[in-house]
Write a protein that binds this ligand. Structure first.
Ligand SMILES: C[S@@+](CC[C@H](N)C(=O)[O-])C[C@H]1O[C@@H](n2cnc3c(N)ncnc32)[C@H](O)[C@@H]1O
Length: 198
């Protein structure tokens, strides 16, 4: 199994994950899938905070969830609007024996946020304001959707209880509700850890 190295604490690099992907998806790796260094740092925080259920908002081909679930006892669920990316994630999950990871092919607006105590947010709606950087042309992209999705996430996160964890990567801080406090920032990596305070 490709993730045994991770479970055993052996070196595992981004290129080791990339070779599992078909060419047409691998071209998106650098821009759209979280680097392993970032996943490791996020998992350290998730484990330290004893998070139980983590939602990856826009999970792509499942890189964050699959690697994180190899390094943590928390359950990771990825939701992804693109059917093909979701199918790649499902098929990669089948090549592991992980029982703490799952995926659904869902628009974020149709998801119940209540089961989760932690959220991972890697700028999922950016393509709506910069279509030149889009993964493909298979979904509707426009600025109004960006506003709608960001407002929806803010509203759902505002409903969460005190202590809810949010991890953002390459994300403008204006997309984070004021009810979350920045508790740690890796400025050079553009990675931020937040906790709901009110
Ligand atoms: C930057 S990628 C991050 C992928 C993954 N989280 C990772 O780090 O490897 C953002 C993903 O969000 C997905 N996405 C965009 N809008 C979405 C929406 N409304 N609902 C669910 N997923 C969405 C995109 O298709 C893309 O796969």
């Amino acid at each position: 199994m490709w993730n045994e190295k991770l479970i055993n604490g052996d070196s595992f690099f981004d290129r080791d994950f990339d070779i599992l992907l078909p060419d047409e998806v691998r071209v998106s790796s650098y821009t759209h899938w979280t680097p392993i260094l970032i996943i490791e740092k996020a998992v350290e925080f998730i484990n330290e905070k004893k998070c139980q259920k983590v939602l990856d908002i826009g999970s792509g081909v499942g890189k964050f969830c699959l690697i994180a679930s190899s390094l943590s006892k928390a359950h990771f669920h990825g939701i992804e609007i693109r059917k093909q990316s979701h199918l790649y994630a499902i098929s990669l999950a089948k090549t592991t024996q992980l029982n703490n990871v799952s995926f659904s092919n869902t628009n974020v607006c149709d998801l119940d946020f209540s089961p989760y105590d932690c959220f991972y947010y890697f700028n999922p709606f950016f393509e709506n304001i910069n279509p030149n950087r889009s993964i493909d042309k298979n979904i509707l992209l426009n600025e109004q959707l960006h506003q709608k999705y960001v407002a929806h996430i803010k509203s759902e996160l505002n409903k969460k209880g005190i202590g809810t964890v949010l991890i953002t990567y390459h994300t403008n801080q204006t997309e984070v509700p004021n009810s979350f406090e920045l508790v740690y920032e890796f400025e050079n990596l553009d990675l931020c850890f937040w906790i709901k305070k009110e």
